[in-house]
Design a binder for this molecule. Structure first.
Ligand SMILES: Cc1ncc(COP(=O)(O)O)c(C=O)c1O
Length: 428
């Protein structure tokens, strides 16, 4: 709140595709999809129509002893899409992860192995801000104030690939990370319920990428040591990496797949935990204590399910392939950022771009955000990592606007203005 005294929040009154429109009628390109939720642009007509149509029928009914068509259809569609045939709903990413963690530990209890109740996360992990999710989150800034409330998970290193010279060095980093996980599992698997990972990209950690091969090895190790794999795809699911789920790149099926954020295209809060028949069967019993007694008032909200169904309609295979082609074109357009003298480690997967700013000033993220907003782009670097996660409907002219706003904000923010200005010249 103190910071807002110097930079008051901008009041947004409307949205139009990739653009947000403020009270003064200024247009701001939403280059981070409003915290990664808005997949198909603001005010997307078919999602809006689906919500309005559902509103005429039934807006919400509790999912206990009652059901409704949108939640049944959504569960079937998600099962088809992921191969995971059982769904539990919540509203946010953190709550989805809580469900997955509880289901995992309860599964092991139900199959007679109650000691398996601890969790592992990757170093730098981020899984949300509720108490359970913070326990598997390894970001001190978010976690440490609440440390006495938490049951903090063990962490294992993820492969750090930035700055490595070649494939051999990258493979060696993967091997080291796998060896660390295996060493941990050899000791602790009897007490461990699950490993939770953000597949392929640890976004909140500063967009740390790991290769699909690492994820495949993690799956093998978890299977071998009888530890569940929870794929937290809250940020990277729903087509963000170019495939419906990030796990698909590695041909991996997790025991629990958590999706949220973009599930409704940014219209309504909804998240889902998808799981296997094996997990379902462990809860299928006459004894109520073996059941999963976890409910949220808005579980499977009908309006949110209608929005999710309309979002899935948009996100078919054809669309995913068009997105991959679009991302390649935009990647060429962003070339001045790839070779910007102050940006390092240019990396991209699907519609995620990230760069690390060399010698960034301490308050780079905040200052850059202000400068970008002044140039009509919503961007919020994480520390010294600049990233784009635009809605999938961004086109070349909008991307060009984003590029110019970014270059301008870099020039205004970084001390070495000369180098940054030099990089802009080819576009002039
Ligand atoms: C990987 C991941 N998991 C969980 C969350 C938490 O989601 P929510 O903010 O919807 O609770 C986030 C949010 O950024 C995330 O990136």
């Amino acid at each position: 709140m103190k910071r807002h005294e110097a930079a008051p929040p901008r009041a947004i009154v409307a949205g139009d595709g990739v653009w947000l429109i403020d009270e003064q009628g200024r247009r701001i390109l939403d280059a981070i999809s409003s915290w990664w939720v808005n997949l198909f642009g603001h005010g997307q007509p078919s999602i809006r129509a689906a919500v309005v149509e559902q509103m005429q029928r039934i807006e919400h009914v509790m999912l206990a002893g009652l059901t409704h068509e949108p939640v049944v259809r959504l569960s079937e569609r998600l099962a088809e899409r992921t191969g995971l045939g059982h769904a539990q709903y919540a509203s946010d990413g953190a709550c989805a992860n809580e469900i997955a963690l509880k289901l995992s530990a309860h599964y092991w209890r139900n199959v007679g192995r109650p000691a398996k109740n601890r969790f592992i996360a990757l170093a730098g992990s981020y899984h949300g801000e509720t108490v359970g999710a913070l326990g598997v989150t390894d970001v001190e800034l978010f976690r440490d104030s609440y440390a006495p409330l938490l049951r903090i998970a063990a962490t294992v290193p993820a492969p750090e690939l930035r700055g490595l010279p070649d494939d051999a060095a990258r493979q060696a980093a993967v091997e080291r990370a796998c060896a660390a996980l295996e060493a941990y599992l050899l000791r602790e698997a009897p007490n461990t319920a699950a490993l939770i990972v953000e597949p392929l990209v640890q976004c909140a950690a500063g967009f740390l990428f790991h290769p699909p091969g690492y994820l495949a090895r993690v799956r093998e190790l978890c299977t071998r040591h009888e530890v569940h794999l929870v794929a937290d795809e809250i940020a990277v699911g729903m087509g963000r990496t170019g495939r419906f789920s990030a796990c698909e790149h590695a041909g991996v099926r997790p025991d629990f797949l958590c999706i949220g954020k973009g599930l409704t295209g940014g219209f309504l809060p909804l998240s889902a935990v998808l799981t296997t028949e094996q997990v379902f069967q462990a809860f299928y019993d006459d004894d109520i204590a073996r059941a999963f007694l976890h409910s949220h008032s808005y579980t499977g909200n009908a309006l949110a399910c209608a929005a999710a169904l309309a979002t899935l309609d948009l996100l078919d295979e054809q669309r995913l392939s068009a997105n991959r082609a679009l991302a390649e074109r935009l990647d060429r357009l962003f070339e001045p950022l790839h070779r910007h003298p102050r940006l390092r480690h240019a990396r991209r997967i699907g519609m995620i771009w990230a760069w690390d700013v060399a010698d960034a000033p301490a308050d780079f993220a905040r200052r850059f955000g202000v400068e970008a907003l002044a140039r009509g782009a919503l961007l919020r670097p994480i520390g010294s990592t600049l990233y784009f996660m635009p809605p999938y409907v961004i086109d070349e002219p909008a991307a060009e606007h984003l590029l110019q706003a970014t270059l301008g904000a870099l020039r205004a923010t970084l001390d070495d203005a000369g180098g940054a200005r030099g990089a802009e010249q080819p576009l002039a």
